[in-house]
Design a protein around this ligand. Structure first.
Ligand code: FAD
Ligand code: SF4
Length: 510
């Protein structure tokens, strides 16, 4: 028997049981393909990062003595299609069995299932051995329940994996320290420099240009700064524990004009490519805290673990429970076009300018920039969720559909009618001002609702509530907002709606 084992670009898990020993007659394959570079317009750093990590992983396997077929994008043999490349290798190597790890993306899962049904050799699918949960665990957990609350799932995960638990109770007495994680950063604690790697990517940059791959965003050095292999991911994690964890929770939601990463870990790219597992990260953070964390409050640690053990696993479970219909949902019936400034950062609204410029320059924005700035505006301006998805899926180096889609369409755009978020994440300018300093140097005035200088978020906010009363009016968590809206004078509301309409019709003028 001769076996072909497929490794997808986000399956670079060197700790997988596939690599425990080196089975005879087994060929491992990795492909750089137009199929993957072109299904959406990606950030240039995202394409570079994936190829750099794949090349590194292929080399690592070769160094360990594995037989590897690595097809670069411009390899003559490369058909640029996953299934055609597989057929080619099956024939070339007289393969009698095909093995693959279950893809995390629905589109690839469908493609590989169809492929397996079409070939007349034996096939077998394996777990990626990356997540805490299996694909369908969350679906089973919520079976028969009306709401899919992340908090219920998270508490169950804490108990099941005995994480931050003492005698069956949450350590420190609370499950959730969210309320202490909402500080504005006022330079009271200096932000350490971010840890970056100088991965040489010159050959990949040349290749992308030569092959004329359409990308977005910028690359101003010939290096890629996020981890591209396990060793670098471990170094990034060590830096996080030693330097950033101490204030992670405090400033988790903060935004600042001079700071891109604040106390965030920058681990999402490494984790999503499976260079490092969530368990590895959670265990390391906990061990560090127990050994050296006398100055680190539990709220920082719990805040971080909740993102990984809670949100990340929950989003994946929701994706698999609700696809493929999930990708088509548009509960709020939003159909406007995404403004051009999402692709350029060219707007007078400083919060958007800063968040989008960060994204274009670094393929990165932290959670609150994604949710409460770019996501908030897109929702208030009632943008078509398909266009919002395409932007989020392209622009971030960590964007893979299983995690991008539920975050964007669900949590941020409420297009699922409340399966993930219990109410839409919308706000006027006051929230953005509360969490950062963007408003201080903005063309607009965060306090004004009407007039040329009025913050666009203010009129858009009330207009949104009024427009979506049919879908949101009965939402218990929106009750207070609607009672405020009901108290507003008709003339005031009509002026606000008029200004909102001007913004919606011509967002690029603002
Ligand atoms: P940190 O702030 O240091 O957090 C640590 C880790 O927690 C992250 O690396 C990530 O793995 C996990 N995490 C935190 N929040 C979430 C979340 N909501 N869902 C899943 N995991 C989470 N994350 C992605 O990995 N890929 C995406 O495509 C993506 N798209 C998003 C789109 C929107 C609209 C929003 C609101 C959030 C999105 N997120 C996405 C979640 C989050 O913004 C990023 O994981 C985070 O900003 C990555 O930076 P970091 O590694 O420095 O995170
Ligand atoms: Fe954004 Fe409004 Fe603040 Fe300007 S004033 S930064 S547009 S929230």
């Amino acid at each position: 028997m001769k076996t072909l084992r497929l490794i997808l670009g986000d399956q670079l898990n060197s700790k997988h049981s596939w690599y425990k020993d080196n089975p005879e007659n087994t060929v491992y394959c990795l492909f750089e393909m137009r199929q993957e570079t072109d299904y959406v317009t990606h950030h240039i750093q995202k394409v570079i990062g994936f190829f750099a990590a794949m090349r590194d992983f292929g080399q690592h396997l070769k160094d360990k003595g594995f037989t590897v077929q690595y097809l670069k994008l411009d390899d003559n043999k490369n058909t640029q299609s996953l299934t055609d490349n597989l057929k080619l290798l099956i024939e070339e190597h007289n393969i009698t069995k095909f093995e693959y790890q279950l893809p995390d993306e629905y589109r690839l899962d469908e493609q590989l299932s169809a492929f397996c049904n079409s070939v007349d050799i034996e096939t077998e699918a394996f777990s990626t051995e990356h997540f805490y949960t299996e694909r369908n665990d969350l679906k089973q957990f919520f079976q028969g329940k009306k709401q899919y609350l992340m908090e219920n799932f998270y508490r169950d995960m804490r108990k099941k994996h005995d994480i931050l638990m003492v005698a069956g109770q949450p350590e420190g007495g609370k499950w959730n320290y969210d309320k202490s994680n909402r500080n504005k950063w006022k330079a009271e604690h200096p932000i350490p420099p971010y840890k970056y790697f100088k991965n040489d990517i010159e050959a990949i940059v040349t290749l992308i240009k030569k092959e004329d791959i359409k990308t977005l965003g910028t690359l101003d050095t010939k290096t890629f700064s996020y981890p591209i292999n396990r060793q670098q991911a471990l170094e990034q994690l060590k830096y996080f524990c030693e330097v950033l964890l101490i204030h992670f929770g405090d400033y988790q939601d903060a935004m600042h004009t001079d700071q891109v990463y604040l106390f965030h870990s920058r681990l999402s790219f490494a984790m999503n490519l499976k260079l490092i597992s969530p368990k590895n990260i959670v265990d390391t953070v906990l061990n560090y805290w127990r050994k050296h964390g006398e100055d680190i409050n539990i709220s920082q640690v719990e805040g971080f673990i909740r993102q990984i053990l809670g949100w990340r696993e929950y989003m994946r479970g929701m994706y698999w429970a609700l696809m493929p219909e999930y990708k088509t949902l548009n509960y709020l019936e939003n159909n406007n076009n995404l403004p051009d400034f999402y692709w350029t950062g060219n707007t007078k609204m400083n919060c958007l300018k800063q968040s989008i410029t960060n994204s274009l320059d670094n393929g990165y924005a932290h959670h609150i920039q994604r949710l409460m700035v770019t996501g908030n505006f897109a929702l208030l301006a009632q943008i078509d969720p398909d266009q919002v998805d395409a932007w989020y899926l392209g622009i971030y180096v960590d964007a893979v559909e299983w995690v991008q889609l539920p975050n964007t369409r669900g949590m941020s755009q409420f297009a699922d009618g409340g399966k993930i978020a219990t109410k839409p994440y919308v706000s006027s300018g006051s929230y953005i001002h509360k969490m950062g300093n963007y408003c201080d140097s903005c063309h607009y005035n965060k306090k004004e609702k009407l007039g040329d200088k009025a913050c666009p978020f203010n009129s858009l906010y009330w207009n949104f509530l009024d427009d979506k009363r049919k879908q949101l009016g009965d939402n218990f968590r929106m009750k207070m907002m609607y009672s405020l809206l009901d108290k507003m004078e008709a003339k005031q509301l009509s002026s606000l709606k008029e200004r909102a309409q001007q913004i919606i019709e011509n967002p690029d003028n603002f």
